[in-house]
Design a protein. Structure first.
Length: 95
């Protein structure tokens, strides 16, 4: 009887954790997709304005944080992984 209760509680905890991870994965995907669109727009602006060194640095700054780090650290807010988003805004960017 006690064993079945422990198994049921364990299953409920694992189901809840899977649900949290599923939701977090979707949030990370949307966050990184939006950020990558901003980086791409800024990089195209750099290339069009002749700042050929800056565009690659923008993608390098984006790639410093890995997707799985953001997904697995579900207790941290997504904005805390990129505290300085200067690489994602148009204009001068010094790496």
């Amino acid at each position: 009887m006690v064993v079945s209760f422990v198994v049921a509680v364990f299953a409920a905890v694992m189901l809840a954790l899977c649900l949290v991870m599923f939701i977090r994965n979707e949030k990370v995907y949307r966050y990184r997709k939006n950020l990558l669109e901003q980086v791409s727009d800024a990089a195209h602006d750099d290339i069009n304005n002749g700042r050929y060194e800056a565009w690659q640095a923008r993608y390098d700054a984006y790639s410093e944080v890995e997707y799985f780090d953001m997904a697995l650290k579900f207790w941290k807010p997504l904005d805390s992984f990129y505290p300085d988003k200067a690489f994602a805004t148009k204009g001068d960017f010094n790496a």
